[in-house]
Ligand binder design. Structure first.
Ligand SMILES: [Zn+2]
Length: 273
């Protein structure tokens, strides 16, 4: 695949979403900088692409077409893995959510072509989705009849104000501002609600060994590069607790992933007074 280039005007410098200060350069990749906040150690991309330039990446019909997120007619490794993760993650969620799934509401943010939501609905969850790509929203509505809102979470008109489970698979590293995003997620959770998510992590062995050649670095679309520690800080900022990190590539929810983790998060209990 050819390496894409963008005009200089498409780039912007950003500060740490937690501390509001500039990062220190770790290394560069093309015009992108991979920097680290000197205060909280969060790693992020700066300069990064502006929002409008990134939007064009997601709207390209090729974005989900590798069979990983879609329903390619050809069986390929990506699709098999996606199906394995779906099974493993639903089993994980079923173990965390007490009671009958038919009484539980689930929201997936960044639900792509709806494969995971379809499987969750099949298990009884009342599902809703939010997805940035118009192409994917139309597909999941037409082919699966899924209630998916196009756009970002902050603009969504959701069928419910509160959910028992909110999932986002490989989304957090893409969002403009994770602190603002997670605070909004918190507002959509019932008391005792859970978040289950996945994301690449920058202190994984492949990331540490390969630096700028790490295959999941993708600085044109991955704006934030987490560790379990910085994820814990971000969720805490939003009033939630990162309770469990599954980084084992043999765990069903994370099968085959050497550089990504699955996290389980709970709302921190509010004490009156
Ligand atoms: Zn910081």
């Amino acid at each position: 695949m050819a390496v894409r280039q963008w005009p200089q005007a498409d780039y912007e410098e950003v500060t740490c979403c937690r501390c509001g200060i500039s990062g220190q350069l770790l290394f560069t990749q093309r015009r992108f900088g991979i920097v680290q906040c000197p205060q909280c150690h969060l790693v992020f991309t700066s300069p990064r692409l502006k929002k409008e330039a990134i939007r064009n990446i997601y709207e390209a019909s090729s974005y989900f077409d590798e069979g990983v997120y879609g329903f390619s007619k050809q069986i390929n490794l990506g699709m098999l893995l996606q199906r394995a993760w779906t099974r493993g993650r639903l089993d994980l969620i079923r173990g965390l959510v007490k009671g009958d799934p038919h009484t539980k509401k689930m929201l997936e943010i960044g639900c792509a072509y709806g494969l995971f939501l379809q499987a969750a609905r099949h298990q009884g969850f009342e599902v809703a989705g939010v997805e940035y790509s118009n192409t994917a929203v139309q597909w999941s509505a037409e082919h699966l009849g899924l209630p998916v809102q196009q756009g970002e979470l902050k603009d969504a008109q959701l069928p419910s104000q509160r959910f028992d489970v909110i999932c986002f698979w490989d989304v957090l590293e893409h969002v403009d501002n994770p602190v603002a995003f997670l605070k909004l997620v918190h507002q959509y959770l019932v008391p005792g609600g859970i978040v289950v998510f996945s994301t690449p992590y920058v202190n994984s062995l492949p990331a540490r060994l390969l630096h700028s050649r790490w295959w999941t670095l993708r600085p044109e679309q991955h704006l934030w590069h987490f560790t379990p520690h910085t994820l814990g800080l971000l969720f805490a900022d939003a009033g939630m607790h990162l309770e469990q990190v599954i980084a084992d590539p043999l765990a069903p929810a994370n099968i085959g992933r050497l550089d990504s983790l699955v996290g389980v998060v709970r709302v921190v209990a509010c004490h009156a007074g």
